[in-house]
Design a protein around this ligand. Structure first.
Ligand SMILES: CC(C)(COP(=O)(O)OP(=O)(O)OC[C@H]1O[C@@H](n2cnc3c(N)ncnc32)[C@H](O)[C@@H]1OP(=O)(O)O)[C@@H](O)C(=O)NCCC(=O)NCCS
Length: 168
């Protein structure tokens, strides 16, 4: 596969929305609102990183990173997700390319670390782990994971931007 990873461009936006919708269509643990989340993060200028994966001129993957708030007051932390790959392109390494590229970019932007909600079996391979004192209220602890770029994991409750409650 010859995959290019780059920042989203204005002309990508409608394709990103469609891609996210299709990627999550058959996901059991999905609210099926992920495309609205990305649209509303962008509208609220909270889409810190939005990368697309392109194969033969077609967008086949996308990842979003946005700021989170930690109750301890520590700043510089971000949340990764949603991340999506077209169903017929899954399992080929595109998700891993997007994970690595977005984390690298976050580091370059000066981010201190990143959190996400997801299957530890998948995200563990990128260095994400759950930590006893860093929580996302209301979700099972082992699914909420973090990676630090500064050798320090904050303590407290994490909240995502209100765009994550978007239903349209
Ligand atoms: C999750 C997702 C982005 C991964 O992208 P991908 O291109 O399929 O991932 P890769 O090819 O880099 O990695 C494949 C590996 O991840 C595993 N994997 C993929 N999705 C997984 C998931 N949701 N849970 C656990 N493991 C998963 C595969 O089993 C495979 O494991 P292996 O390397 O041991 O064989 C993609 O499957 C997807 O879009 N899923 C639907 C949307 C979604 O659930 N997004 C995540 C929540 S935000």
């Amino acid at each position: 596969m010859n995959i290019l990873i780059r920042d989203e461009q204005p002309e990508d936006i409608q394709y990103i929305e469609e891609l996210i919708k299709v990627a999550f269509l058959n996901e059991v643990h999905s609210s099926h609102t992920e495309q609205f989340i990305v649209n509303n993060l962008r509208k609220n200028k909270q889409l810190t990183i939005s990368l697309v994966a392109i194969e033969d001129g077609t967008i086949i993957g996308h990842v979003a990173i946005s700021p989170v708030i930690i109750s301890s007051g520590e700043t510089g932390w971000y949340g990764l997700g949603p991340i999506s790959v077209l169903p017929n392109k899954q399992g080929l390494g595109v998700g891993s390319l997007l994970m690595n590229a977005s984390l690298e970019k976050l580091k370059q932007l000066g981010g201190k670390g990143c959190v996400l909600l997801g299957d530890p079996n998948y995200y563990g391979r990128f260095g994400f782990k759950s930590y006893p004192d860093l929580n996302l209220p209301g979700v099972p602890h082992e699914y909420f994971q973090a990676i630090s770029f500064i050798n320090h994991i904050p303590k407290g409750d994490v909240s995502y931007h209100e765009a994550f409650d978007s239903t349209e």
